[in-house]
Design a protein around this ligand. Structure first.
Ligand SMILES: Nc1ncnc2c1ncn2[C@@H]1O[C@H](COP(=O)(O)OP(=O)(O)OP(=O)(O)O)[C@@H](O)[C@H]1O
Length: 313
C-alpha cells in the first residue's frame, strides 16, 4: 500500500452507517459518505429529509443512534474534543453582541479559544472582507455583514472543516456571490473542507464541487455537480406565444408531458428526433414558435427527477 497516496486521500469527514431514530421513527437511515479537504460539498434534500439532523450529529450537537462519524480521523463518539477541534460551524444564527463592534465580538470570542492572537483576527477579517467596517457596531451591520462576521468567528481557530447550514438564507444576490467566492478561496487556498446545506439548487450548482442528495433520511447518491447534471441529458426549450397552450397541444396530440411551462416558453425532455415532430405539431395547431434551443438540465431539474419532484422550496 502506498501510504503517501492513502494519506492524501484521507477524508476530512467520514460518515459510517450513521442512523438516527427518534423513538421508533428512523429519520437518518444508514448514511455513509466522505468529504475531502479542498472541496465544497453540498448537502441537498427536500424539507424534512434529515439535513439538519445529520449536520447536528456531525458537529456533536446530537447523538447518533448507530454508526460513527470521523473528523480528520477522530471519532466524534470516542474522541469528541479532538474531532470537534477541527470544525468551524454556523448551524443556528451565530450569537453576536449587537452593541459591540464586529472587532470587539471577535476579540471576545477569541478569548475563549487558546492560541488565537490579534494577527489571526486580522487574517479572518481580511478573509471575509470586513476590514473597512469591522470597527462599527454590529447593530448597524446588514444581514450579509453579520453573516460574514459569523463566518470570521467560525474560522478563528483555523478549522479544517467548515459547516454551514443554509448559509445563503436571507442573502441578496450580491451577498450570495460574495459568500460563494469566500468559500471557493477557503477550499482552494487553505484546503478547508466545506459542507453547505441548502434548498437553493441553482446556487448549489454554482457553489459546490460535489453534492450528496438525501431523501427521507436515505442517501440517493453522491456525485460531482457536473456528473449529476450531465447524466440528466439535454432538453429542448421552445419560445412560443402561449406556453400553456403549447403544453396542452404536446400532451393531447403527442402524449408528451412538458417539464416546465412559462407564459412564453416550454421545456421538454425528448429525444433529438422528436424535436421536428413537436415543432410540426405545434405549428399545425396554430402555436407560434419563435425559437428552439437545446439546454442542459439544471441541477434543479435533476434534483426534482431523482427526488420524485417533491420538496422544492
Ligand atoms: N427532536 C426531534 N424529535 C422528533 N423528530 C425530529 C426531531 N428533529 C427532527 N425530527 C424529524 O426528523 C426529520 C428530519 O428533520 P431535519 O430537520 O433534519 O430535516 P431537514 O432536511 O433539515 O429539513 P428542512 O429542509 O425542512 O430544514 C423530520 O421528519 C423531522 O420532523
Amino acid at each position: 500500500m502506498n501510504s503517501k497516496v492513502e494519506a492524501e486521500k484521507k477524508p476530512a469527514v467520514k460518515l459510517e452507517h450513521v442512523t438516527k431514530k427518534f423513538g421508533s421513527k428512523t429519520v437518518i437511515d444508514d448514511l455513509s459518505f466522505e468529504i475531502y479537504g479542498g472541496e465544497v460539498f453540498g448537502f441537498l434534500g427536500p424539507n424534512g429529509a434529515g439535513k439538519t439532523t445529520t449536520i447536528r450529529m456531525v458537529v456533536g450537537l446530537m447523538r447518533m443512534t448507530k454508526g460513527n462519524i470521523f473528523i480528520q480521523g477522530h471519532s466524534v463518539k470516542s474522541e469528541f474534543k479532538q474531532a470537534l477541534r477541527q470544525v468551524g460551524a454556523i448551524v443556528e444564527n451565530p450569537e453576536m453582541y449587537k452593541f459591540l463592534t464586529g472587532y470587539q465580538n471577535l476579540i471576545h470570542y477569541a478569548r475563549m479559544i487558546p492560541g488565537i492572537d490579534k494577527k489571526r483576527i486580522d487574517e479572518v477579517v481580511e478573509l471575509v472582507d470586513l476590514k473597512e467596517r469591522i470597527n462599527e457596531k454590529v447593530k448597524r451591520y446588514s444581514l450579509g455583514m453579520r453573516q460574514r462576521l459569523g463566518l470570521a468567528q467560525a474560522l478563528l481557530h483555523r478549522p479544517s472543516v467548515l459547516i454551514l447550514d443554509e448559509p445563503t438564507n436571507g442573502l441578496d444576490p450580491q451577498g450570495i456571490r460574495d459568500l460563494r467566492n469566500y468559500l471557493h478561496d477557503l477550499t482552494r487556498k487553505e484546503g478547508v473542507a466545506v459542507i453547505v446545506s441548502s434548498h437553493l439548487l441553482s446556487e448549489m450548482q454554482l457553489m459546490c464541487d460535489r453534492i450528496g442528495i438525501i431523501q427521507k433520511g436515505k442517501l440517493l447518491g453522491v456525485e460531482t455537480v457536473n456528473e449529476f447534471v450531465q447524466e440528466g441529458g439535454e432538453k429542448v426549450r421552445l419560445t412560443v406565444d402561449d406556453g400553456a397552450m403549447a403544453a396542452r397541444v404536446v400532451k393531447e396530440k403527442l402524449a408528451i408531458e412538458t417539464e416546465s411551462i412559462e407564459p412564453q416558453a416550454i421545456e421538454l425532455a425528448i429525444d433529438h428526433e422528436k424535436i421536428p415532430v413537436v415543432i410540426d405539431t405545434l405549428v399545425m395547431s396554430q402555436v407560434k414558435i419563435y425559437g428552439a434551443v437545446s439546454v442542459t438540465k439544471s441541477l434543479e431539474d435533476r434534483f426534482l427527477e431523482v427526488t420524485g419532484g417533491k420538496g422544492l422550496v
